[in-house]
Design a protein around this ligand. Structure first.
Ligand code: CP
Length: 315
């Protein structure tokens, strides 16, 4: 069977749009990028002369930094626009901002925005590649790709594997991108959380809904804990942090119910003591920092495929 050799698209907006072959191409290329990143001098000239800009309307540690590292590994130039000191503060709108960045010679824009659909709008209004680094409650595709890459490193094929995603599904772009990607690869996805945090139509995304974490972790291959967004507590989605942790948090006692080879994941940043206690966050079953490491390789693969055109093995 012929493997796809390039991402024939200008933008990466979400995993909803990516084919299984495209996802597999990114994962294969990320394996090569991980090898490059592990070299004593992790640098190749592949994207020499390309200009990449990051524009984050929301805060980030992992995503923005790993894109910076990925760009530097590939020898691209990268410029970070700080919203707080940019002309956005003077009221410049999104499209004007992007058009101005583009005429300075930008080849790709990595953007995060609180509005779902903002990267798609940007993509329609410029020639540069747009990479969605998280848009509202919609998608966070590069997070899901690094999560899937990490899962495959741990357990090989995801076909038939059980992945339990726990927390605020309604407001999670990480959950949505993971659900699109994992179900395309044949995984069995179960979402668990308070009924107020699970969208009514979520089963149309081919996932099972459960409210019983203890039951679901018994045979889970992966337990994926989402960040609880404390800012939503006042809206009454859950009664208290303590109650949330009791029902939907992980601690060493609850982990005794899970399979010995269960893997605990989290996209970061962790609210210690809420989604999980420190004995789990730092315990033997977690791969949370490995996810972060893999973010560099996966994002390098995406930059390469969108701006370079071929996969890194020269296929
Ligand atoms: N997981 C994630 O998107 O982390 P940052 O917000 O730090 O980028």
């Amino acid at each position: 069977m012929n493997k796809v050799k390039s991402l024939n698209r200008k933008d990466l907006l979400g995993l909803k749009d990516l084919s299984v072959d495209e996802i597999k191409l990114v994962l294969r290329t990320a394996r090569s990028m991980k090898e490059v990143a592990s070299r004593p001098i992790p640098k190749v000239p592949t994207l020499l002369g390309k200009h990449i800009v990051t524009l984050f309307y929301e805060a980030s540690t992992r995503t923005r930094t790993s894109f910076n590292m990925a760009a530097k590994i590939l020898s691209a130039n990268i410029t970070n626009v700080a919203i707080s000191s940019s002309s956005v503060i003077k009221g410049e709108n999104l499209i004007d901002t992007i058009k101005n960045l583009e005429v300075m010679g930008m080849d790709a824009l990595i953007m995060r925005h609180s509005m779902a659909g903002a990267p798609a709008l940007a993509g329609k209004n410029c020639q540069a590649s747009i990479i969605n680094a998280g848009d509202g409650f919609n998608e966070h595709p590069t997070q899901a790709l690094l999560d899937i890459f990490t899962m495959k490193e741990k357990k090989g094929s995801l076909k038939g594997k059980k992945i339990v995603i726990v927390g605020d599904i309604s407001h999670s772009r990480v959950a949505r991108s993971n659900i699109w990607g994992l179900t395309k690869l044949g995984a069995k996805v179960v979402v668990v959380g308070p009924p107020t945090m699970i969208p009514k139509d979520i089963e149309s995304m081919k996932v099972k809904v459960s409210y019983d974490l203890d039951r679901e972790i018994k045979d889970a291959d992966f337990i994926y804990m989402l960040r609880i967004q404390k800012e939503r507590q006042e809206s009454g989605l859950y009664p208290s942090i303590e109650e949330y942790h009791k029902l939907y948090g992980l601690n060493a006692e609850r982990m005794k119910k899970a399979r010995k080879d269960s893997v605990v994941m989290h996209p970061g940043p962790i609210n210690r003591g809420i989604e999980m206690t420190s004995d789990v966050a730092d315990g033997p079953y977690n791969v949370i920092l490995e996810q972060v490491t893999n973010g560099v390789a996966v994002r390098a693969a995406l930059l390469f495929l969108l701006l370079g055109g071929k996969n890194s093995s020269g296929e």
